[in-house]
Design a protein around this ligand. Structure first.
Ligand SMILES: [Zn+2]
Length: 375
């Protein structure tokens, strides 16, 4: 008996979690795709093509994935049946689907009740499709990673989710892949091969930089590298280049695990009291909740900077500074330099300028927020 326990303990050490700081023996990541059936909107034929290629990449690399749906997109051009068939392609590839709200509304400027309605409305088709596979709809991903305007709404919404049987799908490796993907899609539509190449050359190296950043942040915040959760989107960039990302991650020592496995990391039960207009990594949230300031994140690659519409991406806020908005924390107060200026509740391009995180010097910076296009 003792021997068996020893063997188990030893196996746990080798395959598991407790890796040392200097030698990350077992890096693991769960990959999630958002905004299904795809961004941007394609014809059904194009959608089928992009989806087929992306799924081929995911399955041939044996990457477990959970993918998040905005059902509003299924109704485009009156093609509900055709667009729903795209979701079936994901399920037939063995991929689990989650809810990303019906319309991709942003919690920060959507009243709680309306936001909850958007969740329920986002269940209709997906729930049925999952049921046909004997699965339950169990994961929720916040659009733009926005978890609410204040702690009260955030907590109320968490209760709502739990009562409907959802687990929140957090993200640790947040990034601006969606900006690169937007440029790529536009270049592709125009047949601009040079620009497509410029984007694709920068993609995996950019994500590698983001991984390096969050690995370090994790080590600093938690004392080890968390079971990472990567957020990317269902788009042509990944259809053509997700293979490069997989290759880069394997080279970095990553194994791919399911979201369910990732969420067993005890870090995901740590308190998170962050609220505010900008969606950020859960690693940043845990750090902020402990009383530290947000750490500035790497910006887009030099070759891509001209495409960063900071008013839409929140990147000015995320990269400039640690100072922020955020708040604080131990006291249970939240943060936020929010202002009341944000109008609208659309996920479109609302450029609500909000947030004015003051800097130490008392200057304000205007980290603008991002839009719902993102995430
Ligand atoms: Zn999204």
């Amino acid at each position: 008996m003792k021997k068996i326990l020893l063997v188990i303990a030893f196996t746990g050490l080798v395959s598991g979690w407790a890796h040392t700081m200097d030698k990350p023996v077992d890096r693991v990541v769960a990959v999630t795709f958002d905004d299904l059936p795809s961004v941007p909107s394609y014809s059904v034929v194009a959608l089928r093509e992009v989806t087929k290629k992306l799924l081929q990449s995911i399955t041939s690399n044996q990457v477990p994935v959970v993918a998040f749906v905005n059902e509003q997109k299924l109704h485009e051009r009156g093609e509900l049946a055709e667009r729903t068939s795209i979701l079936k392609m994901w399920l037939d590839a063995g991929i689990e689907l989650g809810n990303h709200t019906y319309s991709h509304s942003r919690f920060y400027n959507t009243p709680l009740e309306k936001f909850e309605e958007d969740v329920i409305r986002g269940e209709e088709v997906t729930k049925q499709l999952l049921a046909q596979k004997g699965l339950l709809l169990r994961y929720f991903r916040h659009p733009t990673l926005n978890t609410g305007p204040n702690l009260e709404s955030k907590r109320a919404f968490e209760k709502f989710l739990a009562a409907r049987g959802y687990a929140v799908a957090p993200v640790t490796v947040d990034n601006s892949e969606w900006i690169l993907a937007r440029v790529y899609a536009e270049a592709r539509a125009k047949g601009d091969r040079a620009l497509m190449k410029r984007v694709s050359d920068s993609y995996a190296p950019y994500l590698e930089e983001m991984f390096a950043f969050y690995e370090k942040l994790s080590a600093d915040v938690l004392g080890y590298e968390v079971r990472q959760v990567l957020l990317v989107h269902a788009n042509a960039l990944n259809a053509d280049h997700f293979d490069d990302v997989v290759k880069m991650l394997r080279r970095r020592g990553y194994r791919f695990i399911s979201l369910e496995e990732a969420l067993k990391d005890p870090a995901y039960s740590l308190p998170d009291e962050y609220t505010g207009p900008v969606g950020i990594s859960w690693l940043q949230r845990w750090m902020i909740t402990k009383g530290s300031e947000m750490r500035p994140e790497p910006s887009l690659p030099e070759t891509m900077k001209e495409f960063d519409n900071t008013s839409a991406s929140g990147s000015a806020f995320k990269t400039n500074t640690g100072k922020t908005n955020t708040g604080k924390t131990n006291t249970g107060k939240t943060n936020t330099g929010k202002t009341n200026t944000d109008k609208t509740n659309t996920d479109k391009t609302n450029t609500d300028k909000t947030k004015t995180g003051k800097t130490k010097t008392g200057k304000t910076k205007t980290g603008k927020t991002k839009t719902g296009q993102k995430n």
